[in-house]
Design a protein around this ligand. Sequence first.
Ligand code: B12
Ligand code: SF4
Length: 514
Amino acid sequence: MKVLAVHPGPLMYTKIYMRLEPLGLELAAQAARQAGHEVHLIDLQAETHADYFKIVDRWKPDVVAFSCNYLANVPEIVDLAKLTKEKLPQSFILVGGHSASFVAHEFLEHGEGTIDCILKGEGEAAIPQLLLAVAHDRKAVTTVPGVVTLDGEGPRPSFVESLDNLLPARDLLRNRHKYYLGVLDPCASIEFTRGCPWDCSFCSAWTFYGRSYRAASPDKIVEELERIKEPGVFIVDDVAFIQSKHGMDIGEAIARKGIKKQYYLETRGDVLIRNKEVFSFWKELGLRYMFIGVEAIDEEGLKQHRKRITLGKNFEALDYARSLGIKVAINLIADPDWDKKRFELIREWCLEIPEIVTISVSTPYPGTETWLTESRKVQTRDYRLYDIQHAVLPTRMPLPVFYEELVKTQQVLNRKHLGWAALKSTATIAAGHLLRGQTNFVKMLWKFNSVYNPKLQLSDHQQPVKYQMALPPAPQETINPKLLFIHNSRGRRGRAIDDATEQFVDDTRMGAGA
Ligand code: B12
Ligand code: SF4
């Protein structure tokens, strides 16, 4: 069959700082290709809806498979599915990905029969079986693990057997030069591990994978890295280098092969402090940028997010990263309850430190624990506003004032790290990019004001809402974590390498990081 794999358009964040290859969709596409299907892939972060319909009209796919990792993309995908079904009534339309897995039933209802199924969980695991059913007996799709249709659903999704068997269909992605991450221009993505053993209350990374943690072998990772042509590489793991041995083994294999790349990764402050030797080794290998989810600069906030780390540890981690000469970006979560004084305090702190600070707005997402416990009433059920850049909970200050304060705080980042300030410190790198025809980084430096604007943020709330999200359930005090998980949980067996598991268990007992 002819299968068209589609990633939806960009959200606010990716309109400025980065555009990253859709790794999850590439993995699902590769599994479909290995099962003998002809596969095309289009990424609407880098191409237009008109480009998409050109392929639909000319190529007439039998199956259209959308990736929905982000809740804010739901309306776009529903509309594309409806228009596609009008053009190709015989086609089979499916949606997979992180967010689709948590809102499967309502997604299908919005589609009004145009979306044939949602495939929950890890796409590579079940897509071959699903496509087989589509080709031979569409009624049999409800026997496939992870499938949800308006008529019924299959068993719970299962995990892929081993990350070592996976390879993303990178060759199917057109315009690879459009993918970048700040100064890493162009940039590819790679996955070393999958899952996260922590359980922060605002995050759905752990509920998706049932708190499992699996790792690819260093040999497989190095083989994949050797195939990557881009000089920049984003390691997409939720928390990089939880296990020092794994990090060291990969690093040593890279050094033996003489692979030269520049890397960006995301990790936790306590992991950085615990595995200092790994990060300093990776600095030598080309680790340039790092993201640390600090989230709060007060103990109360850390406790509320269940980060299981102390403020002291986070600050120690920042100090250590600075000493290595790695550029660090950190995130803070703004609560809609913040007043002017609180924002002012945060701004002062952002000005004092050399790190890049991004600010997101506390948002209860389906699939997170806060979705079930948050007692404040959501003010909007517009999916598009669920991008952690908009306030969906009641704000203490009037909404226009909240956005003014939020954007004023985000402006600090613009003043310190974008525009002329950034160009001055990166002039040689920028000139090199331009000489090679790579313009993403330089263009990024002046985009801030056209994307982050309190008036635009506010007007987003006034847009007509075509698709309403389902309401959260009544706030619950005790939650059965099994109800949150998408996959069949494999419990402790799901954590691939034992030393980090032991360490993690110790941390949890202490309740506040290592
Ligand atoms: C890397 C990452 C990013 C990268 C970019 C990723 C990209 N190009 O898509 C960056 C840093 C840019 C990013 C940005 C944001 N992110 Co992000 N991100 C992640 C992260 C850590 C890993 C994603 C990843 O690549 N995983 C590896 C691949 C292999 O897995 P995958 O994509 O999930 O794909 C698998 C399945 O989902 C499924 N699948 C995926 N697509 C398809 C398609 C089909 C057809 C099928 C069958 C299956 C399928 O099969 C795949 C293979 O098993 C996840 C957390 C997580 N663990 O998922 C958060 C996460 C997805 N991000 C999140 C958020 C909130 C954001 C932002 C909105 C944050 C912000 N500050 O504004 C932005 C918006 C991005 C945008 N689209 O514009 C939330 C999503 C919340 C939600 N429900 O909407 C997550 C879950 C983290 C969290 N805190 O809970 N993100
Ligand atoms: S450590 Fe990071 S990825 Fe893991 S649960 Fe917390 S926020 Fe999510």
